[in-house]
Write a protein that binds this ligand. Structure first.
Ligand code: DMJ
Length: 558
């Protein structure tokens, strides 16, 4: 409807008798009034917006020039076009009725509210059937989503929700139970989540609970070699390994992903035992021969010998490599051994596992007794971020080369999303039988809200400020909204190549801990949890760098 037709006098008989000039003046006056009212409203809205929403109007989604020191030199770039990302319309208590809301906060709010409504205290939410869900990873431990989400709530300034979660931890989080748990999963989600919540909020309850849980995990290390069991009964202290693991072995990505949390447990408790346990794992590994410089996924905790020679930078191997690099970074670059182990391992991975497809896509294959399986897992996609994070510390000035490699892996992982109907990536994709970056087996076509691809976009954005990483992140947001959002939360899907989603009915706790947090950070300023001060554990829980001077002071006081 034209504006003029809204004006009350347009149909009055007087209009006909008045001179054209006087009419134009009256119309102009009323139009002026309408416009000035509109402008006043807009300014008012900006003043009353919460800070995080103001970010959206130019800072959160940068639309101005970006000055940055990137891995390829100091550059001043202007983002090519104004970021025209759509805004959500939300009505949460923080948002009021304003249209400008942060979409990631909105998604977090939706995931959290539904978990709270239908599954409060359970480990995870079933968003379709609207009830609680628990996998056997946590035994009868409770509240995985609450503990995993604590820091994301805090970082997104959802303080009321953070308080409710804190109260639940104080009143209900109990480790004194006859529960057989996965040491790795409980460490990365519960210990990691509690440590981050402590460092962000300073609330003593989180420190206390983290140390208490750390102590409960110590019996897992009672093996002839000190390589921990995968599973542990928290009450009896009896451990064992996964029945499916080669020759009763422990798994590289499990026993190799305790280091960051255990170093912090020693920091916070003043008890060296935690650090000693993880440093001993290094010693055992250092004594072993590595085939082609690679680390097999299976290691027998009784004999200290490798099991099957399977090597992977995805499932069963992934976060072991991540923690070598991050151990060095988290030690304020004093852990020289961690540094050497990481760069040596990366060199062996490049030589033996990294390949380029005929279509020009770089991928990381799996290695089975010397033979390559040309398959890359969604889990492996975290490696783009890891290689970018380590790019400027390696020997022989390889920064440029490693940044290129990281960018190529990010591109391949983006392709694995782009080549599906839903624009979400499959669990594993292949580079054989005439396909590239596509899942060919039905049981590899699912997407369970995993974070690794977005994690890599976030690191790549921080180091390059190439706007394509935000664009790719935004594509993922749109796909999540379209295919994974259901009435009661967000759900995984069984086949990303189908046209309509078949939901798996699980809202994984890492969706709140990692996927939404990395998306939020992808669209935040670089000084939000800056990398000089924070290292993310493998569940995206930020842990502070232990500063050199503190270590020196502590040593001096001994
Ligand atoms: C998370 O629990 C962690 O990122 C872990 O290292 C690997 N798998 C999931 C998410 O995909």
């Amino acid at each position: 409807m034209p504006v003029a037709s809204l004006l009350p006098f347009t149909a009055t008989p007087n209009r006909k008798s008045a001179s054209p000039t006087s009419f134009r003046l009256t119309e102009k006056f009323i139009l002026l009034l309408v416009f000035s009212g509109f402008i006043t409203l807009c300014f008012g809205a900006i003043f009353f917006l919460p800070d995080s929403s103001k970010l959206l109007s130019g800072v959160f989604f940068r639309s101005s020039s970006v000055e940055a020191e990137t891995r390829t030199g100091t550059v001043t770039t202007r983002e090519k076009k104004k970021n025209k990302l759509p805004l959500f319309v939300g009505k949460s208590k923080r948002e009021g009725n304003l249209k400008c809301t942060n979409p990631l906060e909105h998604m977090m709010q939706f995931s959290w509210d539904n978990y709270k409504r239908y599954a409060w205290g359970s480990n995870e939410l079933r968003p379709v059937s609207k009830q609680g869900h628990s996998s056997n990873l946590f035994g009868s431990l409770k509240g995985a989503t609450i503990v995993d989400a604590l820091d994301t709530l805090y970082i997104m300034e959802m303080y009321d929700e953070f308080e409710a979660a804190t109260e639940w931890v104080e009143m209900n989080l109990d480790f004194n139970m006859n529960a057989e748990i996965s040491v790795f999963e409980v460490n990365i989600r519960f210990v990691g989540g509690l440590l981050s919540a402590y460092y962000l909020s300073g609330k003593e309850v989180f420190r206390r609970k983290a140390v208490e849980l750390g102590e409960k995990l110590l019996p897992a290390f009672k093996t002839p070699t000190g390589i921990p069991w995968a599973l542990l009964n928290l009450k009896s202290g009896i451990g064992r390994n996964w029945p499916w693991a080669s020759g009763g072995s422990s798994i590289l990505a499990e026993y190799g992903t305790l280091h960051l949390e255990f170093m912090h447990l020693s920091e916070l408790s003043g008890r060296p035992v935690f650090a000693e346990k993880v440093m001993n794992i290094r010693k055992v590994l250092n004594r072993l021969d590595k085939p082609q410089g690679l680390y097999p996924n299976y290691l027998n905790p009784n004999s200290g010998q490798w099991g099957q020679h399977h090597v992977s930078v995805g499932g069963l191997g992934d976060s072991f490599y991540e923690y070598l690099l991050k151990a060095w970074l988290m030690s304020d670059k004093t852990d020289e051994e961690g540094k050497k182990l990481y760069y040596d391992a990366l060199q062996a991975i490049e030589k033996n596992l990294i390949r380029k497809s005929s279509g020009g896509l770089t991928y990381i294959a799996e290695w089975k007794g010397g033979l390559l399986e040309h398959k890359m897992g969604h889990l492996t996609c975290f490696a783009g971020g890891m290689i970018a994070l380590g790019a400027d510390g390696g020997p022989d000035d390889k920064t440029g080369h490693q940044m290129e490699l990281a960018a190529e892996i990010a591109r391949t992982c983006h392709e694995s999303y782009a080549r599906t109907s839903m624009k979400l990536g499959p669990e594993a994709f292949r580079f054989d039988g005439g396909v590239e970056a596509i899942a060919t087996r039905q049981n590899e076509k699912y997407f369970i809200l995993r974070p690794e691809v977005i994690e890599t976009y976030m690191y790549m954005w921080r180091f390059t400020h190439d706007p394509k990483y935000r664009q790719w992140g935004w594509e993922a947001v749109q796909a999540l909204e379209k295919y994974c959002r259901v009435e009661g939360g967000y759900s995984g899907v069984r086949d990303v190549y189908a046209n309509t989603p078949n939901h798996d009915d699980v809202q994984q706790s890492f969706y709140l801990a990692e996927t939404l947090k990395y998306l939020y950070l992808l669209f935040s300023d670089d000084d939000h949890l800056p990398f000089e001060h924070w290292v993310f554990n493998t569940e995206a829980h930020p842990l502070p760098v232990i500063k050199k001077q503190n270590v020196e002071i502590a040593n001096h006081l001994k």
